[in-house]
Design a protein. Structure first.
Length: 324
């Protein structure tokens, strides 16, 4: 606590909400302080990006205000961050202001799909996995609505991902299957739940904790209405500890800051093979001595993932061309 008459005392906390320059910071004792950024830091942080939800910060309390108020004195080093950038094609300058941190210090990203309704687009998953690999974020794949089919069907569809080490969680918000596992997975961590609308994210969260899904979808809706995500982002606390963040607009998961020729490094089963290709600039298409194609032929890695890599690379190269 702040002793009377002592100037600034720095207290560590976690940003759980950021709206238009106001940050809600939760302290170790669970209390909340609304903080602003001091002007000098705003300038300084214009380059590196302003504070975001998930950031751990040192704050000082401002005395004499009704509500607990404070100033963010320092953003502690980030372990990782999910950012989004404006589509490169629409912006000619590749300045740092393109990057906007959505959530910092994420413990895991849970990609939610549904077995049916809507059907899964695995190419989209591959694209998002590039982002989590690049940021070093643990990713979990959750297949919901298994009541609309069978567990073995769900497992078969996503087996490729289990084979390369992504944990697979099969759930049904309707029957409650897998919900306890999901709750255990969320406990004590900062999780990002990502997935197209309709896959059952809100239903799953409600199954974990009544009312939780509604809170998350309110944040999403506000964002869809045009409120900016960096100005309106929130970590929703879990009763059993931990937080859930929602990332609206997954299409915003641009392959920010990735060169087309380094893309293969973010496909975790392809990455270790690249050094064994005969040519250092191998695109793994039809070059002789390609270790990636050899691994596909030998049945060691999935052809669909390599296909996905090629498509992403083409798409990404086209974007880069149009940007310059
Ligand atoms: P969100 O957009 O990802 O948050 O998806 P919602 O939670 O709003 O769910 C979309 C629709 O799918 C709703 O009609 C839900 O009732 C339904 N739904 C959600 N989970 C399940 C499930 O496990 N099984 C079935 N059969 N339907 C589900
Ligand atoms: Zn190759």
């Amino acid at each position: 606590m702040l002793e009377p008459g002592r100037g600034r005392l720095s207290i560590e906390g976690l940003i759980v909400k950021a709206i238009s320059g106001f940050y809600t910071v939760v302290l170790a004792d669970g209390s909340e302080v609304i903080c602003r950024l001091p002007g000098r830091l705003k300038q300084e942080w214009q380059q590196s990006g302003l504070a975001a939800v998930g950031d751990r910060v040192n704050i000082s309390l401002i005395e004499g205000e009704d509500e607990a108020a404070g100033l963010v004195e320092e953003i502690l080093p980030r372990r990782n961050a999910l950012s989004r950038s404006r589509p490169v094609a629409h912006s000619r300058q590749l300045a740092s202001d393109q990057e906007q941190v959505l959530v910092a210090n994420i413990d895991q990203v849970i990609f939610v799909f549904s077995l049916r309704k809507p059907a899964t687009n695995l190419r989209k998953l591959d694209r998002m996995l590039v982002v989590t690999e690049k940021e070093g974020l643990p990713a979990v794949i959750c297949v919901n609505k298994i009541d609309l089919g069978s567990e073995s069907e769900a497992r078969a569809e996503f087996q490729v991902y289990a084979d390369i080490g992504y944990p697979l969680l099969l759930t049904s918000a309707r029957t409650g299957a897998g919900v306890a596992e999901l709750a255990a997975l969320l406990q004590g961590k900062i999780s990002v739940l990502a997935g197209s609308s309709g896959v059952g994210k809100s239903s799953l969260l409600n199954a974990v904790q009544p009312g939780l899904g509604l809170k998350i979808s309110q944040v999403s809706k506000a964002t869809e209405k045009g409120l900016h995500t960096t100005r309106f982002a929130e970590l929703i606390p879990l009763e059993r500890g931990g937080y859930v963040a929602d990332t609206p607009g997954i299409r915003g998961w641009a392959l920010y800051d990735i060169e087309p020729d380094e893309l293969d490094g973010y496909f975790r089963e392809i990455a270790p093979l690249v050094a064994h290709c005969q040519f250092s600039d191998c695109t793994h298409e039809h070059e002789p001595g390609c270790a990636v194609q050899a691994a596909v032929k030998a049945g060691k890695i999935a052809a669909e993932r390599v296909e996905s890599y090629h498509r992403l690379r083409e798409e990404h190269e086209a974007l880069m061309r149009s940007a310059y």
